[in-house]
Ligand binder design. Structure first.
Ligand SMILES: [Cu+2]
Length: 248
């Protein structure tokens, strides 16, 4: 009963706070549940868990917050999603309500077992990013808006594991940045463990790499932004911050 009540309250909190995150993943026809942030600690040792632990759908506001890497507390998962280089991984969200700001998918090499990998040692590279699709910064169509469905169905965010990426254990980090509050960016990151298979030998050069936290700061006009400022609101381009995407 208490468990039921707790998760019921969790749902209410989710709806009233109007935040969220990557709750599940799909690869082909296979569905992988993520860590339910209101589902309880028993998930920490669930042998099927592929997502790093997170316990609130609230955003992170600080660009130097250590939890920017894989949310809080970010404990490693027990297992990983097997995926071939060149295949898609789709992150699944529900009830996503924010509409303005970029969405970026990142990866980092776990240099061995992801279960013992500390993201302080991570060099992250982008595998995909989605921004302003058309129109203006304030009122135009962002992928984040198009992606959010309002009928209770899942919001799907597919990205491709670069085809030439060398096999190994990696984290995939899905990050939504919401910019609807002036000068108060909101970061929503979640990480999933993946085991990449294939014949590739590729790996991105240093120019594609970033530290997280580190890649963003409040001196960046794309991050510390007021989308309602007339000088900004009418612009029709938005440069997604960080290194270029490595497509392999
Ligand atoms: Cu929110």
């Amino acid at each position: 009963m208490w468990q039921f009540l707790a998760s019921f309250l969790g749902c209410l909190a989710h709806l009233t706070s109007a935040h969220g995150g990557a709750l599940n993943y799909t690869v082909g026809d296979t569905w992988y549940p993520g860590y339910d942030p209101y589902g309880g600690d028993w998930q920490d040792t669930a042998p099927w868990m592929v997502q790093r632990k997170w316990i609130t759908v609230d955003p992170i506001f600080e660009t130097d917050n250590i939890s920017l890497a894989c949310n809080a507390p970010g404990n490693p998962a027990q297992t990983s999603i097997p995926i071939n280089a060149g295949d898609n991984i789709t992150a699944v969200y529900y009830d996503w309500v924010h509409t303005v700001g970029p969405m970026i998918a990142w990866m980092t090499d776990c240099k061995g077992d992801c279960r013992t990998f500390n993201t302080k040692d991570a060099d992250w590279f982008k595998i995909g990013e989605r921004g302003l699709l058309s129109g203006t910064i304030e009122l135009g169509m962002w992928f984040q808006h198009e992606f959010g469905v309002w009928d209770g169905g899942p919001s799907l965010w597919p990205e491709t594991i670069p085809k030439s990426l060398k096999p190994g254990n990696y984290l995939v980090r899905h990050e939504i940045i919401s910019l609807h509050s002036a000068h108060k960016p909101q970061f929503y990151p979640e990480c999933v463990h993946v085991q990449v298979k294939g014949e590739g030998t590729g790996f991105p050069e240093q120019e594609y790499m970033a530290k997280i936290p580190g890649v963003y700061n409040m001196d960046m006009p794309e991050i510390n932004i007021d989308i309602y400022d007339p000088e900004v609101s009418t612009q029709t381009t938005y440069k997604i911050p960080g290194p270029p995407v490595w497509t392999g």
